[in-house]
Design a protein around this ligand. Sequence first.
Ligand code: GCV
Length: 835
Amino acid sequence: MTAPRFLRLLCLLLVFALVHHLSAESGQAAWLRYAPVENQPADVWLPHSIVLLDHSLVAQSAASELQRGLRGMLGREVPVTDVPRSEDAFVLVTVTEAQKYFPWLTPASMGGDGFWLKALRQRGRSQVLIIGANSRGVLYGTFALLRRIAQQQDLSHLDDREVPSAPIRWVDQWDNPDGSIERGYAGRSVFFNQGHVRTDLTRAAEYARLLASVGINGCNVNNVNAAPDVLSSSSLRELARIADAFRPWGVRLALSVSMASPQTIGHLSTFDPLDPQVAAWWRSKADEIYSLIPDFAGFTVKADSEGQLGPSHYGRSPADAANTLARALRPHGGIVLYRTFVYNHHLDWRDPKADRARAAYDIFHPLDGRFDSNVVLQIKHGPIDFQTREPVSPLLGALEHTSEAMEVQVTQEYTGQQRHLCFLVPMWKEVLDFDLHADRAGTPVKDLIAGKTFHRPLGGMVAVANVGLDPNWLGHPLAMANLYGFARLAWDPDLSAQQIAEEWTRLTFGNDPQVVRTITAMQLASWHIYESYTGPLGAGTMTDILGSHYGPGIESAERNGWGQWFRADHQGIGMDRTVATGTGYIGQYHRPVAAMYESLKTCPDNLLLFMHHVPYTEKLHSGQTVIQHIFDTHYQGAEDAAHLVQQWQTLKGRVDEERYAEVLKRLTYQAGHAIVWRDAICEWFQRTSGIADEKGRVGHHPGRIEAESMQLDGYTPVNVTPWETASGGKAVACNRTSGCSASFQFQGNAGRYALAAQYFDLNTGVAHFRLYLNGKLMDAWAADDTLPSSKMDGNTSTRHITGPLPLAPGDTIRIEGLPGGGDVAGLDDVEVYRE
Ligand code: GCV
């Protein structure tokens, strides 16, 4: 090795050591960290300049990104030139141009936004060609190359062609003009504040760069519950600035629009989509939009749903509405994504035939063939609403003449809101690979949405992402794997969940094999873990349906118009959706799938309660009864959640301190909250079914001392609602500004014990707790989180662990609670256990 090269390597190693061990990382760089890469096999021969033969804005971004990546990872400064040179260069070029310079190359057809990466090495000189089907392809190819370098892949025989599976690869943001985000869990909007587009759009541009790096080409920036004003001229002028920030990254702006806009902001007397004046209004609005945003992608529509006005107001169909918008956009190349999330939320729960799951198919299937070719139906992957487990929406397999895009949710509305680890790629993979037998065997969802089956013009995937201003975009540092994974699947649905998790981990945390192994394993296990303590056998996430969609709130799903019922009573549980005796939902699937679900013999256990109503004593294929399965999985799930903490702890010193601490905090919280979930569900089912846990765990908690049975000073016992979200249904609250205390005497054998205090952390203020052992202060903590409730319930119940401490019989443990703001320092119980 030559001396300069040796010195360079030494410097890199030093920098790497510093970065790796000392510097804190907020997570803002996400998977584009470009951290120094040791032992990059290609470092020796990678070219020393960049030749840019595509002068578009997007290709210029590609060139500067390549410079940035090579600088960060390999410590190289690589100049950019536009002088075609035949040797020693990265050549960034579109396929049409490439043929001019490399006539001997015969690129196979490169559809869509595809690219070809090709290394040419001869006589000690090398070229790396990044050939794009278009400028976006050049950019995507560049990011793909950088991804390979970051993962230390051997590039010496690089010859990769990739074509995205489908043209629509969008994210939706549910951001409101005031800067709040519906179902957003990571801070305020990167786009809006106080009724306006932000002046500083730095984070918006960074977001577009992140999206582009994984092939996303469209972003809808405003809530589908669209603010009426979004299409006003002044608002459009502001929105055009977001499109400007997106443009260098090939991300096109889309907007959610209200069907009532012609009336609300156009001041027409009607918004009837078949009224000629209304159609004219939409046409002139589209013209105005394109004069400001020439690359505008199109509209997303939520209509006749959850209070949003729609065509049904005038007896018109969704096709009438969608086509009116589509015809306004068509001259400009825009499209309409019309959401099929249309249902009646005032269903009669007493009607055994009523079924929300039927709605999308019932409404949209008869309209197949009536939509214009630039309309795409945006269909949620399941028939209800992003539950932890749902079957695949039958509508995805029912359309032959209408383009469709599948909607998934990166923001974890029903799956732990980024406070719980829940990597959703394995779930989406199951959906994508599910064979709906649409016109024959072998029509998996991934082919249907790519338009391959029935040859429809458009299609793809859309994710509700809801990133926010939090430095790491989604709150939980490990949650970004969902955004990454969604995009990778939208590009290539054949990637495996394992591949995606590993790739994301390498890019986000580096190539240390133990880190890669551990985080990949945690991610891959996490959906099943979450499912196992939050909702059994396809019954739905048993959360607070009417409020936060976060903590347990079992009965909130029942006996109301929202239709997320699981119909549990003392005899049995489950929605009868059979054709024979139930709502007939199962009949919406093609025969082989319908037959599988219709029969108890073949219905998979994990969807049993979605499809059938059964007694608690029904035997599953596993041989266990439904009720015992509920108990066992919830206990196992809580144990597995605790194991995630231990797995993470093995990475101390192997990932940067800041992200290590943040993840540890969240996993520890999750382990405590998993116990709240476990107990709520198990106790509720034990009481409702009247059948006891055969292992005797439910309702028996050795070592748990209820706060209401402690010696109280100032604290008063209260009933918690719903009852199952507090141990014994009761807790204590403090309404004395000077504080309260609850004490008990330890009765066990002498030894070292941990003490888990279960308290309620209300979002109305900050309470403080102190724990004393025989009068000596041992621990103090603040209830300062902003959990989604102002009440003592399953959303706010939180566990704090002290110790282990040496305890002897007769020792006094006293917890002091000091209320703050409206937080009454609620305490549920203390569990004393050997570690
Ligand atoms: C934007 C669910 C969510 C709503 C959301 C809706 C939708 O019902 O709870 O917040 O509204 O889905 O997808 O339109």
